[in-house]
Design a protein around this ligand. Structure first.
Ligand code: ZN
Length: 333
């Protein structure tokens, strides 16, 4: 049987973070290190394993210029990635300054590699008026979307978000929202689906991307996407199902069947890459979608086409135009 070549070099990853320590809070990093440790088989968990993961994280999270990430993208065939700034600094005295530095660090990378990266700003709505000016400035300086991290301490229909959503809607810039819990000690949103529905209904021209949509309350996420055509499902966190999971096959099938034009590939680099490369995760994901019976044309939507139109990126240079129609079986013209 002929296996089509995966279209390496043309994927678009809509959910990544710069693997640089200074872009995260100490509290969050500690939480990530603990959760990687907790994901190990019980017999492997002990203080020395924890210390090893901490050392690995410390040594690998040094990528201020994005070059390490770029090499991993090249290896995995990822043409373009959305870098998400997260505002973890609301509680810090110098939080606004830190957030400004993090934005600047990201902008430097996009200026250097404009066709490889897009940056979404990140701002905590509890900053009130300041959040509006931070986002406005970020858009003026080249950010093309907003990342929200509700576990920091807000729901997605917080009044203070309305001016931010309005600004995104004006530009047609997406809002990518972390769904589900985060590390221990952070807020677990309890009324996400209701709150998201309110927001996405109030701003119908603003695209709302549900990050990690296959994890946690998938049914609620799918229902939101099926009923509101400005709601997208982003699949990072698929890694939590491990290799060869039947559950993941079923979820991919459901999502692609119901809303094929609004499923987006995301990897959440570097959070699942301390031990496994993006390339290996992508190969595993491709195996799962084949098991799910998702054809090449539909999968190309997930891996790049949906994101390209949402982000208004040029069509892929390595994408030969005859591929898409052939894969869809359209030969009549
Ligand atoms: Zn993330």
């Amino acid at each position: 049987m002929h296996m089509p070549e995966p279209r390496l070099g043309s994927a678009v990853d809509v959910h990544t973070h710069l693997g640089e320590r200074s872009a995260f809070s100490e509290f969050f990093l500690r939480g990530i290190i603990n959760s990687v440790h907790e994901s190990l088989p019980e017999a492997d968990r002990d203080p020395s394993a924890l210390a090893l993961i901490a050392r690995l994280a410390e040594s690998s999270l040094r990528d201020e210029d994005g070059m390490r990430m770029l090499r991993a993208m090249d290896d995995a065939g990822i043409a373009h990635a959305v870098l998400l700034v997260v505002d973890f600094f609301y509680d810090d005295d110098d939080g606004e300054e830190r957030l400004a530095l993090v934005h600047e660090m990201h902008r430097r990378i996009v200026r250097r590699f404009p066709d490889r990266f897009t940056v979404f700003s990140g701002v905590d709505p509890r900053r009130g008026i300041a959040a509006q000016s931070i986002l406005k400035a970020a858009f003026e300086q080249g950010c093309r979307g907003l990342k929200l991290y509700p576990p920091c301490g807000f729901e997605v229909d917080d009044d203070r978000l309305w001016p931010l959503y309005r600004l995104c809607q004006q530009h047609r810039f997406p809002i990518l929202i972390h769904t589900g819990p985060s590390v221990p000690g952070m807020l677990v949103p309890t009324r996400f689906a209701t709150a998201l529905k309110r927001a996405a209904t109030a701003f119908p021209e603003a695209p709302f991307i549900l990050g990690h949509a296959l994890v946690g309350d998938f049914d609620a996420h799918l229902e939101l996407a099926a009923s509101l055509n400005n709601v997208y499902l982003e699949i990072s966190g698929f890694q939590t199902y491990g290799f060869g999971s039947d559950a993941l096959v079923g979820l991919l099938q459901c999502a692609v069947e119901r809303v094929p034009e609004r499923v987006l590939f995301g990897s959440d680099w570097p959070l699942f890459n301390f031990q496994v490369s993006p390339r290996r995760w992508l190969e595993q994901l491709d195996g799962q979608r084949q098991r799910a019976g998702i054809g090449d044309a539909e999968w190309a939507l997930v891996m790049q086409d949906n994101a390209r139109s949402l982000l208004r990126l040029p069509a892929s240079a390595s994408d030969h135009s005859e591929h898409a129609p052939a894969a869809q079986g359209v030969h009549s013209r």
